[in-house]
Design a protein around this ligand. Structure first.
Ligand SMILES: [Fe+2]
Length: 251
């Protein structure tokens, strides 16, 4: 097994730095694209909170469990277990539920359907258990979530809520946490037996998760686009192990 100390002076350091730069750029672009909360209608604000809840409440622990099943390095396992322990011990799905309820934004059927296809793509991606791609996706999500929390909190505040435990807990910027995650990525890349350098597929999970977040924000408009693509793909479900490019990301 690879320990953190053995990866610190890794020859892949510049590669990891380049991955982090690219992930940070996607986070910055996504944050810059968010519509201003005070320019949205109350229904649009409710919809964003509800679709975010429809995705995160029941899926984050599942994604983390998939990550745990996929990785091999001690560094990656330790990071994921730490995350899972916090999620379960502190009942983060309950925090999410309380946040949505207080904002009058429990997901409706329409909210669930609006993110159905992009959430399905994300679930299938996790199911392929590609360790390196999943860790890169985790790094993206961890960075994004810290920046998205003030936005989510502002949406809820404008909806009249003062229940902010969820956004307070997840909005803490922990630089040490992020460094550990990138060290875990380095360790995992050394142990991976998959073609991780294969062009765009390296960021496949980042692309899928970015699309999912965009659909959370855009809602019904995204659903209309997803419907067309859903038909075009004829409900294709890839067999396990046929490669990372089996399910293309939505535009
Ligand atoms: Fe959480």
């Amino acid at each position: 097994m690879t320990s953190e100390s053995s990866t610190r002076n890794s020859p892949d350091h510049s590669r990891i730095a380049s991955i982090q730069k690219q992930v940070d750029r996607v986070i910055d672009d996504l944050r810059a694209s968010l519509p201003k909360p005070d320019r949205l209608s109350a229904e649009e604000r409710r919809g964003i909170i509800a679709r975010y809840t429809a995705v995160l409440e029941g899926n984050f622990i599942y994604w983390m469990t998939g990550a745990w099943l996929a990785v091999r390095s001690d560094a990656a396992r330790a990071k994921i277990v730490e995350n899972l322990q916090e999620e379960v011990r502190d009942a983060h799905p309950l925090m999410m539920r309380k946040f949505a309820m207080a904002a009058g934004a429990l997901p409706t059927t329409a909210d669930t359907v609006a993110v159905h296809q992009s959430l399905t793509d994300m679930r299938l991606f996790i199911g392929r258990l590609s360790s390196v791609r999943i860790i890169v996706t985790m790094a993206f999500f961890e960075g994004l979530i810290q920046q998205f929390m003030p936005y989510l909190a502002e949406l809820a505040r404008l909806q009249g809520s003062s229940e902010m435990e969820y956004t307070d807990v997840h909005g803490v910027c922990d630089i040490g946490h992020t460094e550990e995650l990138y060290r875990a990525l380095d360790a995992e890349m050394k142990l991976a037996d998959e073609p991780i350098a294969a062009g765009n597929t390296f960021f496949e999970g980042v692309d899928l998760l970015r699309t999912l977040i965009e659909h959370i924000v855009t809602g019904p408009a995204a659903m209309a686009r997803a419907d067309k693509q859903y038909d075009a793909r004829a409900r294709h479900v890839p067999a396990p192990g046929i490669g990372a490019s089996a399910v293309p990301a939505q535009a």
